[in-house]
Design a protein around this ligand. Structure first.
Ligand SMILES: Nc1ncnc2c1ncn2[C@@H]1O[C@H](COP(=O)(O)OP(=O)(O)OP(=O)(O)O)[C@@H](O)[C@H]1O
Ligand SMILES: [Mg+2]
Length: 526
């Protein structure tokens, strides 16, 4: 053991001697080299004491606060040594100016050997702290970092808020624009244009026929803009009002609440592709509106000031031209209804099932327009599809064809409905012809079978007259003295035949009356 201690002491003595010799040699050979005091930060394998700073290097004295678990305090821990030349810059020696997570400080010197032994840089002394790390973190947040983080957070929040505000504004602007766009369209469609132009244009663009081009939205808007003026008539299914739609007059049929099926069917028929025709009452819109206690079903159509053909004939006496105009135009309307237009954008054949002078209206130019489609039936030949109204409604008994009255009409055959229409139409022709003045003679207005049945005839009344007795309206004798009246009476007689298949078609009647009208215009017939 004594040997070992002797060797160790000898080794220490030898090392110190070598160091002093080395130091003397270096101080002689390197003019700018420096000896620094070193403690806790000495070059590797070198005990505390001194170190050689390389040329252009400095000595340093550093202090760092470390947590002493025994006292619970932060205490200064000092280190001394030589700075390596590459760390001898401004940054290293000014390091104490930069905030550290753990408080520390450093000071450097190069004025003479051991100069750093006197350097005592200070740190902020803290009394009690639960944890130096924690404290360090607090320091870091309380310093400029805090400010930077705070600023960054505020900036992010502002940016986020700006984005949210921008998005809200954008949405509001968009909504406003689309609302304005809608209002513009509405104004343009309903406000700026006549109702007729609206209907015509919607049909031009869609090419789809009566009313079908008008969107539901526009229809609803029209419904809201209606101002009822006066009641002009009552029928079995509703009350008809003259109303104002902006600056124009329209007719509004307000269906009785029990007549929803009639409203649906009529609306459906009016929206049929290609139905629109000058001799079919012009559809404007259909709407349902709630009045709180009950629902109103509205059908808005063109208002025709002369009213129904029935009303018109009661007060007007016709000349031949006037009669032909009414008869021909009514035949055109019925023919258009009856005809099927084939093709993708085609129109189904439609049978009216309630043709009568009350359901034909008179336009300002004294031509007719067929109205009231609440009972109509549609047919498409390609699919052989027969679309009968889901309706308990029946036609008007006075105008019912014999096969309807005796219930022999084949309800599965569309043609049967068409032929029944022709029977009713023949009665209307008779009503028109009676009001034509021929050789200064004119009949008073009368309903068909006015002289055979009571004012509100029953099925049995009508059946007896039409089916059993096969009675038809009388043809005045003096009509034979006029070529035109002869042809007209022939047309009606051939259209009210007992045998449905023997009746003229609407197309045939239309063509005959068209020829008659042009012959009359050219004064080739009188
Ligand atoms: N578009 C219209 N323009 C002007 N008057 C009309 C119009 N539509 C109907 N009218 C008038 O309103 C009256 C009532 O019509 P409505 O269709 O409700 O009953 P109707 O045809 O007399 O009987 P029914 O209920 O058997 O059809 C008609 O007779 C006609 O005078
Ligand atoms: Mg009617």
């Amino acid at each position: 053991m004594a040997d070992v201690n002797g060797v160790f002491l000898w080794y220490q003595c030898f090392k110190k001697t070598l160091f002093i010799i080395g130091a003397l040699l270096i101080s002689c050979s390197e003019v700018y080299s420096l000896i620094c005091y070193c403690a806790g930060h000495c070059p590797s394998n070198q005990p505390n004491g001194s170190c050689f700073a390389r040329p252009n290097s400095q000595c340093f004295s550093a202090v760092e606060q470390v947590y002493n678990p025994d006292t619970g305090l932060l205490e200064d821990e000092r280190t001394y040594g030589c700075l390596p030349p590459e760390e001898n810059g401004f940054m290293q020696c000014k390091g104490h100016l930069v905030p550290h997570q753990i408080p520390k400080s450093i000071a450097c010197c190069s004025k003479g050997d051991w100069c750093n032994k006197q350097l005592k840089p200070n740190t902020v002394v803290r009394t009690t702290t639960p944890s130096p790390m924690y404290q360090g973190e607090l320091m870091s947040y309380n310093g400029p970092y805090n400010l930077i983080i705070c600023l960054a957070s505020v900036s992010v929040c502002i940016a986020f808020l700006a984005v949210v505000v921008f998005m809200i504004c954008y949405r509001l602007t968009n909504q406003k624009q689309s609302r304005r766009g809608y209002l513009d369209v509405e104004k343009k469609i309903i406000g700026g244009e006549a109702v007729k132009d609206l209907i015509d244009r919607s049909n031009d663009t869609s090419g789809s026929g009566s009313g079908s081009g008008i969107t539901l939205l526009v229809q609803r808007t029209i419904g809201k803009q209606i101002e009822m003026l006066e009641s002009i008539g009552r029928g079995r299914f509703g009350e008809v009002w003259k109303a104002r739609l902006r600056d124009e007059c329209v007719a509004v049929k307000v269906f009785y609440t029990s007549e929803e099926a009639s409203w649906s069917r009529e609306t459906d028929i009016y929206k049929t592709v290609l139905l629109r025709h000058e001799n079919i009452l012009g559809f404007v819109a259909a709407d349902i509106r709630g009045t709180g206690s009950y629902t109103q079903m509205l059908l808005i159509t063109d208002y025709l000031a002369f009213g129904s053909l029935h009303d018109y004939l009661k007060v007007c006496v016709l000349d031949l031209a006037g009669m032909l105009k009414l008869a021909h135009s009514a035949a055109c309307g019925l023919s258009h209804l009856h005809v099927e237009v084939l093709g993708k954008q085609g129109k189904p054949a439609i049978a009216h099932r309630d043709i009568k002078s009350r359901n034909i209206l008179v336009k300002r130019d004294r031509t007719c327009a067929i109205a009231d489609f609440g009972l109509a039936v549609k047919y498409k030949s390609d699919t052989n599809q027969l679309d009968v109204a889901a309706n308990t409604r029946v036609g008007t008994r006075r105008y019912m064809a014999p096969e309807v009255l005796d219930e022999t009409l084949d309800t599965s055959q569309f043609e049967a409905y068409r032929m029944a229409d022709m029977y009713s139409f023949a009665l209307v022709l008779w009503e028109i012809a009676r009001r034509c003045k021929v050789n200064d003679v004119v009949e008073e207005y009368q309903l068909p079978f006015y002289d055979c049945v009571p004012s509100n005839p029953s099925f049995e009344d009508m059946k007896k007259v039409v089916c059993v007795d096969q009675t038809r309206p009388a043809i005045p004798k003096y009509w034979n003295s006029c070529e035109t009246m002869q042809i007209i009476s022939k047309v009606m007689q051939e259209s009210w035949k007992q045998n449905p298949g023997a009746r003229l078609t609407a197309l045939r009647v239309k063509k005959t009356l068209m020829r008659l009208e042009s012959l009359h215009k050219d004064e080739k017939v009188v």
